[in-house]
Design a protein around this ligand. Structure first.
Ligand SMILES: [Zn+2]
Length: 338
């Protein structure tokens, strides 16, 4: 079987060296000489070369050890596929994972769109709002012709026409434990994406359900100039939202507690959200969903962490969470289901 360079391997000359990119976190350097260039040229061809006579070749062995070679014939990769191969992920293993997105607003709608664009095929989106002018101004998901339609309907139409993927849609204004319990038990998601903004205590209600059913949940929100990515709560492996609540209590000298907060709504309230906040948030969450579903927790930015990013000042704070003496986390071992 012949071998050739993988399609994403890039080669450059830097003075008297050859720099080869394609390994995560490092470039390989070799001497620039005629033999090495001839070998790389041969390895760059469609047919590749027979490896039998290259056992003692340092350059060849290094390329092989760093997984930069592939057997021929191998079908050419699309850009997304090449990225997953580079990142050591078998996307086909996670393509059909069940993803429940709560919320089809700016963040939830964008995340859902990005998930389908990546190739995920099994998504349910829950929301009960209609598309307004503001949704068209701050997202790329909704068009002016969508104004007045239910968001889940407009979103379904958009991904159906762009990608021919039939996402499940449910019109529901989630606010009670029984509503979300019913959805989670009937859909059996592999991960829940939390992109809604109900009463703060609802986070803890959902947290308890997901811990008991062993379903990871990732949170996405934004507030004024900040985006809040995560935390990604993986039952049995990370702190849960009780730890998140503890984090805010400590940060605010016990004044901020999800159990004690209720919204005093104003009909004139307009969150000053903007597309670069929403798109940054959605992209980070998308990336973490992919790596969470593939089990690569070490590169999930929000795994047990809350990332607060201020896009006005470029400040990024990474906040590790912990759950000490947490009854919700402990209960997971004794309660089977809800
Ligand atoms: Zn906990």
């Amino acid at each position: 079987m012949n071998l050739r360079l993988k399609s994403y391997v890039a080669i450059q000359r830097i003075k008297n060296s050859i720099s080869i990119s394609g390994c995560i976190g490092k470039d390989l350097l070799f001497e620039y000489n005629d033999d090495n260039i001839a070998l790389l040229n041969s390895l760059s061809t469609e047919a590749g070369i027979c490896p039998d006579k290259l056992i003692n070749c340092h350059l060849f062995q290094q390329l092989k050890e760093n997984a930069l070679l592939e057997e021929t014939p191998t079908k050419e990769l699309k850009r997304n596929e090449a990225y997953y191969q580079y990142a050591n992920i078998d996307f086909n293993k996670i393509r059909e994972k069940r993803i429940l997105v709560l919320g089809a607003g700016a963040a939830g709608g964008t995340i859902t769109y990005l998930l389908v664009q990546q190739g995920f095929t099994n998504i349910m989106c829950v929301d009960d709002d209609k598309v307004e002018v503001g949704d068209v101004e701050k997202t790329m998901v909704y068009n002016i012709s969508d104004i007045g339609k239910y968001k889940v309907v407009a979103l379904w139409q958009r991904v159906m026409s762009n990608f021919n993927i039939d996402i499940k849609q449910q019109r529901n204004r989630l606010s009670t434990a029984s509503q979300v319990r019913k959805i989670i038990k009937s859909y059996s998601p592999d991960i829940v994406v939390y992109a809604i903004d109900p009463a703060p205590s609802f986070k803890l209600v959902l947290n308890q359900l997901c811990i008991r059913l062993n379903v990871p949940i990732i949170h996405a929100s934004y507030s004024y100039e900040k985006i809040l990515c995560g935390p990604c709560v993986v039952p049995h492996q990370t702190a849960c939202m009780v730890g998140y609540n503890e984090y805010w209590r400590k940060r605010t000298n016990n004044t901020f507690d999800f159990y004690d907060i209720s919204k005093i709504s104003s009909s004139r309230l307009v969150h000053p959200s903007i597309s670069f906040n929403i798109n940054t948030l959605s992209s980070i969450v998308l990336k973490d969903i992919i790596f969470c579903l593939s089990g690569n927790f070490e590169i999930v930015s929000t795994f047990n962490r809350l990332l607060i990013i201020n896009l006005l000042t470029s400040d990024i704070s990474v906040n590790e969470l912990s759950c000490k003496f947490c009854s919700t986390c402990e209960a997971k071992r004794t309660i089977d289901g809800i």
